[in-house]
Design a binder for this molecule. Structure first.
Ligand code: PEP
Length: 252
């Protein structure tokens, strides 16, 4: 049985004061939450968050550079994220793919670098609306997954998270239906199971895209949806806690 995981992606939001208030409000309500919980603040807020949360909450980066170190002005290394107390890092978020030119190859290199630094990568995959309408959802997801498997091997997925995030659902208020999401999650697990059934079975696959308290329970009830990657709703403590509380019951 896979333990559910809910991770907040704060994107480029927050100040030290608002981060402290948000973390403290989440911590005040987290005792009844059975899921693993994570927060990915903007880079500069990682020390603020890491200092407050303790071991109960995973802290993560929103991205990292694929090289260990070097002349890459403005970038952040996996080594530094680890040093700051991060446990995980998002790679391949659609905003990085579309706005910052992260190709499948570069995402695969970031995934490999994250693991080399002792970070658990949260690999985002997902199709655009036009790709879905053209019937190429599975082809796109397969291409994005295979790039990582080809680079790091299927064994790397023993310590990784996958997040299915349909691009058309991110920040739009229009989530995938539970059935639409489950079909893709099942496809992801099945594709990885062809390489290693045990690893695929243990892999946590999160859904992301306009998750809120009102739709989380229905999504998380699906057998292959093991939690969520939450954008906008992770910035409101009550909403985020309600989403965390909507995960399905699990036994270790
Ligand atoms: C995200 O940014 O990963 C995301 C899922 O955003 P939202 O929940 O706001 O759609």
């Amino acid at each position: 049985m896979r333990r559910p995981l809910v991770v907040g992606n704060w994107k480029m939001h927050g100040t030290q004061a608002s981060a402290r208030a948000l973390v403290n409000a989440v911590l005040a309500g987290i005792s009844g939450v059975s899921a693993d919980v994570g927060m990915c603040p903007p880079f500069a807020l990682i020390p603020v968050v890491a200092d407050l949360v303790g071991p109960r909450v995973w802290v993560g980066g929103q991205d990292l550079h694929e090289q260990e170190a070097g002349a890459f002005t403005g970038e952040t290394s996996g080594v530094l994220l680890k040093d700051l107390g991060c446990r995980c890092v998002i790679v391949g978020h659609s905003e990085r793919r579309t706005l910052y030119g992260d190709t499948d190859t570069r995402v695969a290199e970031k995934f490999r670098r994250a693991q080399a630094c002792g970070l658990t990568p949260i690999l985002c995959v997902g199709e655009t609306l036009s790709e879905r309408e053209a019937g190429s959802t599975e082809g796109v997801i397969a291409r994005q997954l295979d790039a990582v498997v080809d680079c790091s091997g299927i064994g790397a997925f023993a310590d990784a998270i996958v997040a299915y995030e349909p691009v058309w659902a991110i920040g739009t208020g229009r989530n995938a239906s539970a059935r639409q999401a489950q079909l893709v999650h099942g496809f992801i697990r099945g594709r990885l199971a062809r390489r290693d059934a045990g690893i695929a079975d243990r892999l946590r696959i999160l859904y992301g895209g306009s998750v809120k308290a009102a739709n989380a329970g229905e999504l998380f009830a699906e057998p292959d949806i093991d939690g969520g990657l939450i954008g906008g709703a992770s910035l409101k403590a009550d909403e985020f806690l309600a989403i965390c509380g909507a995960v399905r019951a699990w036994t270790s």
